[in-house]
Design a protein around this ligand. Structure first.
Ligand SMILES: [Zn+2]
Length: 304
């Protein structure tokens, strides 16, 4: 059987695995892109982690999904938010080190390719994937084609404005959707609420376990009224944004991926009551592996 390697470069971790023709993953591994890493060390890490997979499996191609602006035609990571890439010729370096055809694309696009081929968007010609984690990203499929836009930069689904007098965003605008609906935003509102209601279950969980995106979900599970109110508002904000995407793209389905999607039904029950009925909202069914599977399929007909 032929295999392809999928590499998913995120803000803090690079994950990779060999992927077979049935989209099954083998020998998944990861390494950190934490403090002190350079674009050279990330590319070298990819090469070092691919080598044993190439020795073990009949690998015909390597696909890389990376956060940020990616020039997929020329194989260059142009720039990438938290990552140190600045016009890094990733594809040329990996190909010359390993001698295997290599492709690169945006990580949101890779997640969409994964979901439409083997996950929650399978069977739909018009779909949107929205990745909700530290920030918000995404990708759009219309008429079974990935919408890439000029310079391959379409799909920044976190950066439409919902409050022009709102919080300043790194992109230069004020009041972007990401500022209210990302996991970071959820952590910020959790922090404020825990300080305002120190005797609440929410505040107790924050003190005991630290504050994460899931903390408020845990507190709601324990019946905390502060957490219930906070998540009700979060669900409304999320639905406002997703309904706006429905107006613009008319997808048959929106798949939510990223850290927040791990809440599954607990997340969907916040959003669904406020959604337009013509569009299904689901969470990613590939549990974080969609980016690897989609990256592995770069260069094939699935990635059109
Ligand atoms: Zn923005």
């Amino acid at each position: 059987m032929k295999y392809r390697i999928g590499v998913d470069i995120g803000g803090t971790t690079v994950k990779l695995a060999a992927v077979d023709e049935n989209f099954k993953l083998y020998d998944k591994s990861r390494f950190s892109t934490g403090e002190g890493c350079t674009s050279e060390s990330i590319v070298q890490g990819i090469i070092d982690h691919c080598r044993p997979l190439i020795e073990k499996y009949d690998v015909e191609a390597i696909g890389i999904g990376s956060a940020g602006t990616i020039d997929s035609k020329n194989g260059i990571a142009v720039s990438a938010g938290n990552l140190p890439f600045r016009n890094e010729p990733v594809v040329a370096k990996v190909e010359s080190a390993l001698g295997i055809p290599t492709f690169i694309d945006n990580d949101g696009t890779c997640a969409l390719i994964g979901e439409k081929t083997a996950g929650a968007c399978k069977g739909y010609e018009d779909s949107v994937i929205i990745t909700i984690g530290t920030g918000i990203g995404g990708a759009i499929l219309i008429g079974d084609r990935v919408v890439r836009g000029h310079n391959n930069r379409a799909g920044e689904l976190g950066h439409f404005v919902i409050d022009r007098n709102g919080i300043k965003c790194e992109c230069g605008l004020h009041g972007c959707f990401e500022q209210y609906a990302s996991a970071t935003a959820l952590i910020n509102t959790t922090t404020v609420a825990a300080a305002a209601y120190p005797s609440s279950i929410l505040a107790k969980l924050c003190r005991e376990n630290g504050i994460e995106g899931k903390t408020v979900f845990d507190a709601k599970e324990q019946g905390c009224p502060i957490a219930i109110g906070l998540l009700d508002e979060y669900g409304r904000i999320l639905a406002d944004g997703l309904n706006s995407l429905v107006h613009i793209f008319q997808p048959q389905v929106i798949a939510i991926s990223g850290g927040v999607s791990r809440q599954g039904d607990a997340l969907l029950e916040l959003v669904r009551p406020h959604m337009f009925k013509q569009c299904k909202v689901v969470t990613s069914s590939l549990l974080g592996d969609g980016g690897i599977i989609g990256a592995a399929l770069l260069g094939t007909e699935h990635a059109r």
